[in-house]
Design a protein around this ligand. Structure first.
Ligand code: FES
Length: 265
């Protein structure tokens, strides 16, 4: 190898790093966190059951919007646009690729998985295993630039999830009802909005390419608001992975009859 730390003129250091702290811990934790979510979400997306609680109208975000004739009665909030789906197509197939694309191309997740999974760079002052570095200038990583378009679709999905959370205020006798499931769905959707609006693309759309903020007071206010959220983007990225899994788990447990929903109204 003639690139990176092995390039001519670089000091010859036989060990991978002279760091004595546990530099491998953050990438390891990131890997474990991402793997947990990917495995959980994949298994649940293909299960094809326990995603809808008919009594209380709880729909898990992993199956929303449900738009096929395979959806259990009541769960297709926006109608059944297509026929039965084969078992290998998840029922939330319409939104899933975009949500996956949104997270995969997210600036924070890129940093996380470039370091932990792709090991480029692994950590400060730790040699990476790759011989060459082309960054995001070539295929396939140049495709990360489509993030802004995934952001637009993620905004639509957030609206759909908000609608799901509103129609879930339902009682088995008809009319208004509220239980612990509503609180969980609501927290999840608030966190999803916070994560989506804290997106770097959103910040740029709100206030980017302006020469004078004073000439655009509304955009300046939007940019200021998004900027406050943006500094918490990493935390929101992890929180929403947690709230998505928790929401789905709760809906699954109630829908399968493993637990009963705690009802307040
Ligand atoms: Fe993370 Fe856009 S930068 S969602």
């Amino acid at each position: 190898m003639t690139a990176g730390i092995n390039a001519p003129g670089r000091a010859r250091i036989p060990v991978r790093s002279l760091r004595t702290d546990r530099w491998w811990l953050p990438p390891l934790i990131t890997n474990l966190g991402l793997a947990t979510f990917v495995i959980y979400a994949t298994v649940r997306s293909f299960m094809g059951e326990w995603y809808w609680v008919d009594d209380y109208h709880y729909l898990t975000p992993f199956y929303s919007p449900c738009i096929s004739e395979s959806c259990v009665p009541g769960s297709a909030h926006f109608g059944e646009w297509i026929g039965e789906l084969p078992g290998w197509i998840p029922m939330g197939f319409l939104a899933l690729p975009f949500l996956l694309g949104f997270r995969l191309t997210c600036y924070y997740y890129r940093k996380a998985y470039y370091r932990s999974v792709w090991q480029s760079p692994t950590a400060c002052a730790v040699a990476e295993p790759h011989a060459k570095y082309s960054g995001e200038t070539r295929f396939p990583l140049i495709l990360q630039n489509v993030h802004r378009y995934f952001f637009y679709v993620a905004g639509i999905v957030a609206v759909i999830n908000t609608y799901d959370a509103i129609v879930a205020f339902h009682s088995p006798d008809g009319g208004f009802g509220m239980g612990l499931g509503n609180v969980i769905l609501l927290i999840n959707v608030i966190m999803l909005w916070a994560y989506t609006l804290s997106c770097h693309s959103c910040r740029h759309i709100a206030g980017g390419r302006l020469k004078h903020f004073s000439a655009h007071p509304v955009r300046y206010k939007l940019w200021t608001f998004v900027s406050k959220l943006n500094v918490r983007h990493m935390q929101l990225a992890w929180i929403t992975l947690g709230t998505l899994m928790l929401t789905d788990l709760y809906v699954m447990l109630v829908a399968s009859g493993a637990i009963s929903d705690l009802r307040f109204v």
